[in-house]
Design a protein around this ligand. Structure first.
Ligand SMILES: Nc1nc2c(ncn2[C@@H]2O[C@H](COP(=O)(O)OP(=O)(O)OP(=O)(O)O)[C@@H](O)[C@H]2O)c(=O)[nH]1
Length: 868
């Protein structure tokens, strides 16, 4: 309020001038002229008078609020450019305006400073944090132009979410007083509640600078507090993210889907620092090491670069490339060297673990099943003819339009049940399967031609069947022939301990003709009877498992495998694992090429859908989980690739005693090959006589002639030691022996062989004189030399020939002479050594009977200490 004339006041309050003059008079004021000046005090007096007249005491005016505060809120949005590379960000900011109106009288009293600062710091509510975003101090939003005139204003700009508070004080203005009219008085009452300031506030107002400093300090504190809180929240979030990214073992697992750039590595905190913290102590990892591991895989397991592993390997004296595999022991040393913990992993454990996961416990009910039959016999005795006859007459019957095809096995239906035949005749295939661990055959049919009698391979077949502990049925074939003599065949078989039932033995003998079909029904009948004796059973329900009979790659259909189901039922579409191959069964066919949807025990089926061609003899099983199938297939593949000598389980003569005492073996199995029948019988008898109470010496097979692939397979299948008496292994057999680690011993004196086996079972083996064949030369021509006698023109086909080393002359893999070299020449020059792939002339000392096709074996003798 300010001094005015009476007229002016009448205009302001909008009442007639005369009426105002009367009111002034009533109020006891001496103002009667329109131009008289009415002071503020007078205006207040007039106001008091008017209030009194309307029944309101003057005290009320006195106690009227001296200060009125108005608040306003407004939310504005600020566009904030963020860190380089990231998108622009919108920040919502709440602006709070506070206006305080103060009675001018009070202000007068607070001279010289007409200022009051009202402070209020409002903590922004930061929880919950809506999103992780970089928090930056916001500059205050422009403040609206003031339409009113507050005595004091404090604007509080508050971020809506995670923004710090910024306050801005605006210089106060003095409110204009209302007029002393009745109308004005009510206006003053309602709109401008004037209130006297408290003495303390007034005191504060006297020190506005101090207050501002204080405000600034508090503001700073507030910002600090908020940023601290934001930091904590961000930290918490980071931790949660990190935890989510870790698996149970604490290893980092990659995030699925699109990679976001907001990884913890790239997150910048409000204070601009990266959140990554350097580990303060070395991290010790548990590194599982399989039997063989590739350098790069090992590096990955230790979370180091492959170059570092290669460097460490160099320090250990091993030169390896990134893709090279190193053995378990080396890897373990390296892991320990690098400060981690090596955990040796047994490959079998891994496989067992996965298999256990894949297979449920086998407590399924077993039902009678068909026998699985293999046909063996000497060459041309009629094995194939017999199989063909049975298939032709039995399989195609009732399968109108069916295309009979060779799928490696087929099933025959009889009145008494079914019989499954394996379509790979011969003991070689049978033993090869067994060597691979597949004992599928239940019964062996030994075919003997009635006109030919028992031949060497007949005996082999009997031995192989016996080694496998499989019952035999003898089929005396070709009885339609005029010169057929079944009695002679029976006699010869009885000589090798295959006694016919009618002679009191336990073997069924059937007279058949694969040509006319005579006796074949009886043969099948005999098979069914044998099955009943064997009580063959298999579960029909549940996941299928069995053996791969054969496999091939078909141009149009891909990998095709014939499998024989041994347990359960195989259904179309199931995931199967076959050796190191796996896949979903796309289609299934029976032996007639007919599509089938499911197959039970003893049914041979052809399946499509495998990742590749498995080996004959590989085990197949249905795996519910594709991941396990894949893992196992890969594991087997790796194992095959890395460990060529995986089959180290083959028995070794020098291990006999230790394995015997450890209770691992109760018998020493031998496969014996000799140069002549006489030495075979002598050796066999002497060796079997070595059997003691603790250990039995068994000759699982004894034969005459060089050692062939079949012998090696038999040794493998029966965990036997191979012995060659004056005979050698042929090239294929040698390869297999080396690959599978079969223990092979050559002898030329019977006593030596007996002595060695004796010592091995008594654990007293003397230092072994180990012979190592260092070279082999083939005789391509023979010349006569007056000085040296017969000179063999040779080609060195393996290793090397050394002049001073002992040699043996072999004819058809049988040793015919052992001695020394007389001369070794190349183009008329005497030489000390000739390497593989070179021609040379060899003169054998005191031996002139060398012939084209003979082989000259060069060997070295070394003494090896026995370790038991
Ligand atoms: N007369 C007559 N001949 C037969 C009989 N069985 C087979 N043959 C003949 O004997 C020969 C050999 O028969 P295969 O069935 O090939 O003999 P295999 O045992 O399979 O011979 P390999 O496969 O070489 O081991 C063929 O010419 C047949 O025709 C038979 O019962 N009677």
């Amino acid at each position: 309020m300010s001094d005015k004339t009476v007229r002016e006041l009448a205009e302001v309050v909008k009442i007639p001038l005369e009426r105002l003059i009367v009111q002034l008079k009533e109020a006891g004021l001496t103002l009667s002229e329109p131009d008289d000046v009415i002071s503020d005090d007078d205006q207040m007096k007039l106001l008091a008078h008017l209030r009194n007249r309307h029944g309101k005491p003057t005290a009320e005016i006195e106690s009227a609020p001296r200060r009125v505060t108005l608040e306003r809120r407004k939310i504005i949005e600020i566009k904030q450019p963020n860190a380089p590379g990231s998108t622009q960000k919108t920040i919502s900011v709440e602006v709070r305006k506070k206006k305080t109106y103060i009675n001018p009288k009070e202000l007068k009293a607070s001279e010289p400073e007409k200022l009051e600062v009202v402070e209020e710091v409002i903590q922004p509510d930061l929880s919950p944090l809506p999103q992780t975003q970089t928090v930056v101090d916001e500059s205050p939003a422009p403040i609206e132009p003031e339409s009113q005139q507050p005595t004091s204003t404090t604007d509080i700009i508050e971020p809506v979410a995670d923004k710090p508070v910024v306050e801005q004080a605006v210089a106060p203005e003095i409110a204009k007083p209302g007029l002393a009219s009745e109308h004005d008085a009510s206006a003053i009452k309602t709109e401008k509640k004037v209130k006297h300031e408290k003495p303390t506030k007034l005191k504060e107002a006297e020190e506005p600078k101090k207050k501002l400093d204080e405000k600034e300090r508090r503001l700073e504190e507030s910002i600090k507090r908020n940023s601290e809180r934001v930091k904590q929240l961000a930290e918490g979030k980071k931790e949660t993210l990190h935890r989510n990214k870790l698996d149970d073992d604490g290893r980092s697992i990659p995030r699925r889907g699109k990679k976001k750039k907001t990884s913890s590595r790239n997150t910048i905190q409000s204070d601009g620092k990266h959140q990554f913290e350097m580990p303060v102590a070395p991290i010790v990892k548990e590194v599982t090491i399989p039997e063989v591991i590739i350098v790069s895989d090992l590096a990955q397991k230790m979370s180091v670069k492959a170059a570092l592993v290669i460097k460490q390997l160099m320090k250990l004296g091993i030169m390896a490339t990134i893709n090279q595999s190193i053995d378990q022991e080396t890897a373990a040393i390296l892991v320990e060297e690098m400060g981690h913990k090596a955990v040796m992993q047994n490959e079998d454990d891994f496989e067992q673990e996965l298999l256990a996961e894949a297979q449920q416990e086998d407590n399924r009910a077993a039902v009678p099943r068909a026998p699985i039959v293999t046909i063996m016999g000497h060459v041309d005795h009629g094995k194939t003819s017999l199989l063909d006859y049975i298939r032709k007459t039995r399989v195609a019957a009732g399968e109108a339009g069916g295309i009979t095809q060779h799928i490696g096995a087929y099933q025959v239906k009889t009145d008494h049940g079914s019989v499954t035949f394996l379509d790979t005749p011969g003991h070689a295939a049978f033993t090869a399967m067994r060597a691979r661990g597949a004992d599928v055959t239940d019964v062996v049919i030994v075919v003997v031609a009635a006109d030919d009698g028992v031949m060497p391979q007949t005996k082999e077949a009997v031995d192989h069947a016996r080694a496998a502990n499989v019952p035999i049925i003898v089929a005396i074939n070709k009885i339609d022939k005029a010169d057929a003599n079944p009695e002679k065949v029976m006699q010869e078989l009885a000589n090798i301990n295959v006694i016919p039932e009618e002679w009191g033995g336990d073997v069924q003998f059937l007279k058949i003709s694969a040509k006319t079909g005579e006796g074949i029904d009886d043969l099948i009948e005999a098979l069914v009877v044998q099955t009943e004796i064997l009580e063959l059973k298999a579960p029909i329900e549940g996941a299928a498992s069995g053996i791969v009979i054969e496999s091939r790659l078909d141009k149009g259909r891909g990998a095709v495998a014939t499998i024989l189901i041994q347990k359960g039922t195989l259904e179309n579409g199931q995931m199967v694992l076959c050796g190191h191959e796996f896949g979903r069964v796309r289609a299934m066919f029976n032996e007639n090429g007919k599509t089938i949807k499911e197959a039970g025990p003893c049914v041979p089926v052809e399946i499509l859908g495998l990742s590749g061609t498995p080996f004959a003899g590989d085990e197949f099983l249905v795996v519910q989980n594709e991941r396990i199938a894949k893992d196992l297939a890969k594991h087997r593949e790796d194992r095959k690739r890395f460990s060529k000598h995986a089959a180290q389980s083959a028995s070794k003569l020098d291990e006999v005693f230790s394995r015997m005492t450890a209770g691992e073996i109760a018998s020493v199995n031998l496969v014996l090959k000799t140069d002549v029948q006489g030495s075979l019988e002598a050796l066999r008898g002497s060796l079997v006589d070595l059997s003691t109470e603790e250990v039995e010496v068994k000759v699982v097979y004894g034969g005459v002639g060089g050692i062939n692939e079949g012998d090696v397979n038999l040794a493998l299948a029966s965990n036997a030691i191979l012995m060659g008496f004056n005979v050698r292994a042929d090239a294929t057999a040698r390869r297999l022996i080396e690959e599978k680690g079969v223990d092979l011993h050559y002898y030329s004196i019977i006593y030596e062989a007996i002595d060695e086996v004796k010592k091995s079972i008594s654990g007293m083996m003397a230092p072994e004189i180990r012979e190592q064949i260092v070279g082999l030369a083939e005789v391509r021509d023979v010349f006569k030399s007056p000085k040296f006698g017969a000179i063999a023109g040779c080609m060195v086909v393996d290793g090397y020939v050394k002049r001073n080393l002992p040699i043996r002359v072999l004819r058809e893999n049988v040793v015919i002479y052992e001695g020394q070299l007389e001369s070794l020449r190349r183009f008329k020059d005497d030489v000390a050594e000739v390497k593989m792939g070179m021609d040379c002339g060899i003169g054998v000392k005191n031996y002139n009977d060398v012939k084209i096709g003979d082989q000259i074996e060069v060997f070295e003798r070394t003494e090896v200490k026995r370790v038991l």
